[in-house]
Design a protein around this ligand. Sequence first.
Ligand SMILES: NC(=O)c1ccc[n+]([C@@H]2O[C@H](COP(=O)([O-])OP(=O)(O)OC[C@H]3O[C@@H](n4cnc5c(N)ncnc54)[C@H](O)[C@@H]3O)[C@@H](O)[C@H]2O)c1
Length: 458
Amino acid sequence: MEFKKKILCIGAGYVGGPTMAMIAYKCPHYKVTVVDINPTRITQWNSNDLPIYEPGLDEVVKAARGRNLFFSTDVENGIRESDIIFVSVNTPTKMFGAGAGMASDLQYWEKTARKILNCADSPKIIVEKSTLPVKTALAMERILTSNGNSNQFEVLSNPEFLAEGTAIKDLEHPDRVLIGSRETESGLKAREELAEMYANWVSRERIITSNIWSSELSKLVANAFLAQRISSINSISALCEKTEADISEVARAVGMDSRIGNRFLNASVGFGGSCFRKDILNLVYLCRHYGLNEVADYWESVITINEYQKERFVINMLNAMFNTLAGKKICLFGFAFKANTGDTRESPAIFITKKLLAEKAEVIITDPKALSNARVDLEGVSGKVSYSEDPHEATTGCDAIAVLTEWDIYQNLDFKKIYQSMAKPAFIFVGRNILDHKKLFEIGFNVYPIGKPGLTHF
Ligand SMILES: NC(=O)c1ccc[n+]([C@@H]2O[C@H](COP(=O)([O-])OP(=O)(O)OC[C@H]3O[C@@H](n4cnc5c(N)ncnc54)[C@H](O)[C@@H]3O)[C@@H](O)[C@H]2O)c1
């Protein structure tokens, strides 16, 4: 079959895989190839056991794979044969040298740029899909024009706004698709070419364009705003616990103001995921670089509150359980950073497990999708940790449960049976307010929710 365009994506991760699967699914006349330097990931993408869990992903991949969607380790050939190259490699927080712990580590990004330069033998559109510091496109352009390669490269910014757990829905019905470009003739032409691809399934009003720097910055700002809402409601949850106000009632009253809106107002044990912390740190670093210290301090406080919330959760457990956790068995309900994903990157559960182990508690972890990642995260950590897929089995003999991920399945458990199998007094610390606290209390649990008065039998 003759394809209208050939698309390549470098980086087959949580973003590259699902995003390209959706493009291939919606655009059968485009050939879409996803490449990665990690052969295990590519083998998994070519198997029936995909490397990531996302509701609906299996179906989309199965429909397009082998038809116009291909996964490969051949980066060079991929570059040579494609017209549009998405770069979706990881851009973690830099852990060394200048900017350590704050700035973006751009080494994977730069290697990709050099690879493109060395392999390309025709003009290409290069699309920044990864989240990057504002002005990265300039560096990309400089690399791509550095060795006299006469091919024309047009760099676009097209940040990805999908949320893990709802990635397929978000990709199929995005709130918006943002495409930033240079405002030159060739930049505008490339921008239109990419817009045309998305227009295969996204309405034109939702495909918005901007200058390239606004586009790069918008992604960092969107994540900063989302995280800020979580930290805002979490900071108020601490005040609720001191004053007998109820965070759910406050969130409902506040969220019904149409200027504020009701989403992202669930108090919790804190945000996780690979992006929020990293992107805010990056924003803070950029602000400091430009001498905007007040702005940097403002955004940094979003992270401070998140750390405080996780810390507070463990301290509350310790206080409630008579100031000692040594030798006590604590079962964690959920290890993924949120429901409907197996991703545990920056999950509050990692922090909480380490703190509990430091208190010499024994930790039993249950999660429907994240146990293999949890094992990797806790490799080499000293203390007693075990894993079980079955929440009933996991809680047997435990002193306490801590609900850390809002998986639906936790709402339908037989808590009576669980209570009976636990040591007494039995505690439940609800890091996500998804359970019927009154019912748990009536069963016999001592219930400690976030941002609400505790329900205890003492
Ligand atoms: N995960 C999310 O929910 C999300 C959402 C929006 C944006 N983003 C951004 O998208 C980017 C990718 O995130 P992710 O979660 O998919 O990361 P990831 O770590 O899951 O995937 C990145 C992949 O890139 C590959 N890679 C690295 N260097 C390479 C190279 N030189 N050549 C080929 N492959 C290479 C890695 O092997 C890895 O498989 C990041 O910048 C992130 O901030 C992530």
